[in-house]
Design a protein around this ligand. Sequence first.
Ligand code: ZN
Length: 350
Amino acid sequence: MRRLRFILILLVSLATARAGDWTLVKYGGRDHVTLQNVADFYGLGPIKRASLSLEMGQPNRSLRGALGSNELYINNLKFILSYPISEVNGHPIVSRMDLTKVIEPVMRPSRIKDAAAIDTIVLDPGHGGHDNGATSLWGNEKTYALDVAFRAKSILEQHGLKVLMTRTSDVFIPLEERVRFANQFQNALFVAIHFNSGGSNASGIETYTLAPRGVPSMAADGPMLSDLQPCAGNVRDAENMALATAMHASLICHSQLYDRGIKRARFVVIRDIKIPGVLIEGGFLSNPNDARKISSTPYRQNMAFCIAAAIDNYRRAVAPQSALVAGSGVIVRDDDKKSDTPVVVTPTAN
Ligand SMILES: [Zn+2]
């Protein structure tokens, strides 16, 4: 009995010590933490501040942002936060949601609980049949997406992975059908391949992953009641972010297109998927410069190479004792002692 009491006291004091690592700050009705708290936790040192801009860490392990901005560069890769970096009593703060759903899985992917060992990839070339997707003078999104998927399949198979495609010809497959197909597989990743369309000035690459429960989709006009509904894919929030990071880093490193960042949305295919999933937009067909590049075979072959490299990086990154260096697209061993710090970050929602 005495022994049990001792163990209980020990457990309670351990829990207190862990909770003490973070000081929550309420701002705008939402939990936040100071960026200095974040810097201390990840061993990034003091915040260098110049006017609105904030920077901490070393070139390969760093956070960079600005007060009032939703953009945060983690290891030199651009992430779009759900809430802007703000300031309370002279201290820059970031939302707890962005800490747990963006910063933590990117800084310490090897800490993601239950990340399955991957042996299967489901590639989802967007659109098809009567649905051309975006169009350009040179060709349609549906054709380019299928071409990239075939090229990626061949590389991934050479890497020993089993690869399935939601379509292998120019046919229309409803989104729900694609999800049903992908959800049959375990130990698998889902990659939807698309090209963008927008104003003629819009250009570059963006990567979408599922918005965590409660945060607005960046593809919607603003917050909606449905943001509060849990989606099937939310059980994979951390893996989704790690996969999006690996994918976006690879695409940005190896293409000359503008970095539009990693964003959150609730597109059907990434919303209802039960395996980690990501949707890539490999440039704007509405932009003549992007469209010309996309129409060239070397560009699409390179995109396929990037997808395969990203999947290799993801598999290594979620393995124990490794860490993803997002900006360089390279995986290094993380021998930083800080990585032994217990995980005290708890998700705010599933
Ligand atoms: Zn599309």
